[in-house]
Each structure stands twice: as C-alpha cells, then as structure tokens.
Design a protein around this ligand. Structure first.
Ligand code: AMP
Ligand code: TRP
Length: 333
C-alpha cells in the first residue's frame, strides 16, 4: 500500500536505442517489485517535432511491446499511451500558467531541438517541459528514473510543483530524479562526444534494440576510437573507448578497473568484439519476446485498454484536486 510511485516515459519517435535501454529501460525493470510504476509512451511529446502519422502509430505500438519485451510486467506496471489519458493535456495547460518563459528559455533540449528543427520551432516544443511536469505530477510521483539528459527538465518539474504547493498547499508530491550510476549517458558510436540518439541520421551511430547480431558486430567494429592503444576510462582523452567501456560495464556489471585489467595489452579489435558479444547476448531474449508479442495482437490490445483505464483513474483524481484548488467550478452531475 505504501509503496512509492515511479513514473517515466519515452518518446515513440523512432526505434529505441541501446542508450535508451541502458540509460532507462533496463533500470526500470529492476524497480517493478519495490515500487508502483507507471511507464508512459509519450506520444504527445513526440509531436513537438513533425511525425508521419502511420509511423508514429507503429513506433508507439513497437515501443509498448519493447517495454514488455525488456521485462516490464504489464500487470505490475501501468504501461500506457499518454494520448489515452486526457488529464495530461489538461494539467499541462494549467501548469503552463505556473511556468515562466525565463525558465523555458534556459532548457538545453529546447535550444538543441530549435537548432536541429529550425523550420518548425513550435510552441509545443517550447512548453514541452510543462507537459513533462504534468506527466509526473499527475501520479504524485516520488521518483523519476531517467538518463542524465533529462535532469534539467526534472528540476523544472520540481520547481513547478513547489511553486504550486507554496500557493495552494500540499497538492503535489515533489519528485526526485533517479539516475543510474552506469549507462546514464551512452554516446554515439560515430561521434562519441554526442549522445546516442534515436533521431541520429547516421545508422552506424546507434545500436537499435532490434539489430541482428551481424549488424551489431559491424557497428561496433566501425565504432570510432583513438590511437592510444589502451583500454582506459578517460572521457576527455578517449571518449570512444570510454563509451564502449560504459556499455560493457552497464551490461556485465564489471567495474572500469576490472575491464581495464581484462583488456590490458589486448587490441581494440578484441575489445570491440567482446562488447558486441555482450550486447548481442543481452538483447537476444528481448528480441525473442518482442517477436512473440508482435504476433499476439489481442494480448497487446488488452494491455493497452486495461492500463489506460488504470492511468485515467489515478490521473483524474489529481486533476480534480488541482482544478478545485485553483477555483474551477465543480462538475455538476
Ligand atoms: P528519449 O529518447 O529522449 O525519449 O529518452 C527516453 C529515455 O532514455 C530518457 O530517460 C533518456 O534520459 C534516456 N536516454 C536517451 N538517450 C540516452 C543515451 N544516449 N544514454 C542514456 N540514456 C538515454
Ligand atoms: N522528456 C523525456 C525524454 O525526452 C520523455 C518524457 C516525457 C519523460 N515525460 C516524461 C521522462 C516524464 C520522464 C518523466 O526523454
């Protein structure tokens, strides 16, 4: 009964990567027994950049299946589409009115995306953090497991919650970030100073969760490294090798020191192949389950329906409380 609540989400804006998996999804699966968890497919966030409708629908369903394939039990975790719970949009509007433009102006994701999508700097892209705050606050979330890149958004969510509470009393639980020690920032295999991202145009830069073994080996073989000829963790001098070490460590649980010892005096070729093999065996069971799930339409549809209904129930409870606090008239039945 008094389990703490966890909320997190991913955008269905393409095939998810090893970065998403190690930075987020893999950690999520370890939390399901100890916490009440909600994992959302944030399709409303995804439309802040232009999406093809057919592809968006497909990516959303794929992502939901990947959550389950990675080990999230859909009877223990509420796994659902954001657009199926209207309270997200309703609370986002309200929170927009408690968020300052100065705060939104500082968001690095907004600045980055404004550069990469300069033809479509829309208002949704700008107010995205208020929607994210709504996602989290609707469920009275205690902890939000995310990769490092989302820390700034989370801090803003906390500020919004505290601001709101200071005016109206204790309406929202103020959420804490939960950032894994390893895997929190997996970098591009081609430009290891940039994060691995599902929207990267260079297919060699990312490992997708659905990549087959041959593809995974090929991509790791081509991964950019350096000419220092030592497997050593040093993000500045050896970003490529450090990234491969981070991946290896996140999967095997080995410390950087023990990885250094393991590959002392060995060539980068050997190391890359070992990393590729570790990734392949980590992803294999996930890919198997994913294939099975893809064949079971009714099962997935039932999950979508039941979990949306659970999420709606919880979200509406908080939304009504907020509406009352700010002075919206009660609904007359
Ligand atoms: P997104 O791809 O932006 O929807 O991110 C979904 C989740 O994956 C968030 O918790 C991110 O922090 C995390 N994430 C995305 N890219 C990476 C990466 N390269 N390394 C680690 N975590 C990541
Ligand atoms: N902004 C997050 C990302 O791009 C996705 C997201 C939306 C999210 N709402 C959230 C993450 C709430 C955690 C909690 O990765």
């Amino acid at each position: 009964m008094d389990k703490k609540t966890i909320f997190s989400g991913m955008q269905p804006s393409g095939a998810i990567t090893l970065g998403n998996y190690l930075g987020a999804l893999k950690n999520w699966t370890t939390l399901q027994d100890e916490y009440n968890c909600l994992y959302c497919i944030v399709d409303m966030h995804a439309i802040t950049v232009r999406q093809d409708p057919t592809q968006l629908r497909q990516s959303s369903r794929n992502l939901l299946m990947q959550y389950i394939a990675a080990g999230l039990d859909p009877t223990k975790n509420i796994i659902y589409y954001q657009s199926h719970v209207p309270a997200h949009a309703e609370l986002a509007w309200i929170l927009n009115c408690y968020t300052y433009m100065g705060e939104l102006n500082r968001m690095t994701q907004f600045k980055d995306k404004s550069k990469s999508h300069s033809d479509n700097i829309n208002a949704g892209l700008y107010t995205y953090p208020a929607l994210m705050a709504a996602d989290i606050l609707l469920y009275q979330t205690d902890l939000v497991p995310v990769g490092v890149d989302q820390k700034q958004h989370l801090e803003l969510s906390r500020d919004i919650a505290q601001r709101f509470n200071s005016i109206y009393g204790d309406v929202f639980t103020v959420p804490e970030p939960y950032i894994g020690k390893v895997g929190a920032k997996i970098m591009s295999l081609q430009e290891p100073v940039k994060k691995m991202s599902k929207s990267d145009d260079d297919i060699n830069a990312t490992i997708n969760l659905t990549d087959d073994p041959a593809t995974i080996i090929r991509k790791f073989k081509r991964a950019v490294t350096d000419n220092l000829a030592q497997v050593k963790y040093d993000e500045i001098a050896q970003p490529g090798i450090s990234n491969l070490m981070a991946i290896y460590s996140a999967i095997t649980g080995d410390s950087y020191e023990s990885i250094q010892n393991e590959f002392e005096g060995k060539g980068y070729g050997d190391f890359k192949l070992r990393v590729a093999e570790a990734v392949i065996s980590e992803l294999e069971p996930l890919q198997q389950r994913y294939k099975q799930l893809s064949a079971d339409k009714n099962y997935i549809d039932t999950i979508i329906k039941e979990n949306a209904s659970k999420a709606n129930y919880l979200a509406t409870k908080t939304l009504r409380k907020v509406q009352k606090k700010i002075g919206f008239p009660p609904i007359v039945r």
